[in-house]
Design a protein around this ligand. Structure first.
Ligand code: PAF
Length: 303
């Protein structure tokens, strides 16, 4: 069984119009291909929530910072299509660049706030490219639900923000990061690691989890982050672009884990830039009770 591949917006709209006539709900899973278990977990989640699932495959030139990076991005449409068919995805929408950005295309969707700092500081224009293509994919598919991985945590916030701000009637569903057995977060970029780099890469996740536990146990955030930064360099990372504690719900920078948080990192291992993030539970005091802010929130909730 093969998954039907659609290349034009016109044909996509004709297909979804038929589904709509039948009262079916539609989910979209946006991807740039080179599908791994992380993507497939999004497709499975989408199948559980919607009657019809569209997977999109478009290597979006507008979100790459260098032409070398764009050229090196893996292209595996046939393999991707073969992985999707058994999962019951209904359509692979794989437009070419001229279909997505026809001659004269001149519009950019730019999300403020959550796209600043973190990856936004190191990849100028990246989130404008993501926001522009994701907006188009939402409008082209008319999906009720859209599935994104927490691995790209800042992207998830950017996408939520744009859907809210532009009144696009799509529910953004966040799915957990899928990891290799040794803890490395799955990414299409992992295939670029040399054998030695691949061996070192799981340390990034280990350091994040250890640091998150220390912060929750009450360690100073400043010291925990400084130690983690040194540990990443000792593990073989040439450069740590950022290692930051941010609020889970709005990405606000946090000096203390007074509310549910994320520890986010971007680091270079050889010529490969890897990103990852882990949850950080709010700090607990020595008695194991919640921190001040959490405690007052809990008391308010109980009262
Ligand atoms: O996460 C990705 O693969 C891309 O940024 C996305 C969301 C498909 C937009 O091109």
């Amino acid at each position: 069984m093969k998954i039907p591949v659609i290349r034009t917006v016109k044909e996509l709209r004709a297909t979804t119009a038929e589904w709509r006539k039948d009262g079916l709900s539609v989910a979209v899973v946006p991807t740039m291909g080179a599908l791994h278990e992380g993507h497939l977990s999004l497709v499975r989640a989408a199948r559980e929530r919607a009657d019809r699932v569209i997977v999109t495959l478009f290597i979006n030139p507008k979100q790459f910072n260098s032409t070398d990076d764009l050229a090196a991005y893996p292209r595996k449409e046939e393999e991707d299509a073969a992985k999707l068919a058994p999962l019951g995805a209904h359509i692979l929408f794989a437009p070419n660049a001229d279909e997505m950005y026809p001659e004269g295309f001149a519009t950019t969707v730019s999300v403020g706030g959550v796209s600043e700092g973190l990856c936004g500081a190191f990849r100028p224009g990246h989130f404008d490219g993501v926001a522009t293509v994701v907006t188009k994919l939402f409008l082209q598919t008319g999906a009720d639900l859209a599935f994104f991985g927490e691995k790209d945590f800042q992207q998830l916030h950017v996408v939520r923000r744009l859907a809210r701000d532009l009144d696009i009637p799509v529910e953004i569903v966040a799915c957990p990061t899928i990891r290799e057995e040794d803890g490395l977060a799955m990414s299409s970029r992992n295939g670029r690691l040399s054998a030695a780099e691949r061996k070192a890469a799981p340390r990034i996740a280990q350091i994040l989890f250890e640091t998150a536990a220390q912060i929750t146990a009450g360690s100073s955030v400043e010291k925990a982050l400084a130690d983690a930064n040194n540990a990443l360099l000792a593990a073989g990372c040439q450069q740590v672009e950022y290692l930051e504690l941010r609020a889970d719900d709005d990405l606000a920078p946090l000096a203390e884990a007074t509310r549910p948080a994320r520890l986010l990192v971007a680091a270079w291992l050889g010529g490969t830039r890897l990103i990852d993030n882990v949850e950080v539970a709010p700090v607990q005091d020595a008695a194991g009770a919640l921190g001040e802010k959490e405690r007052s929130g809990t008391l308010r909730a109980v009262a």
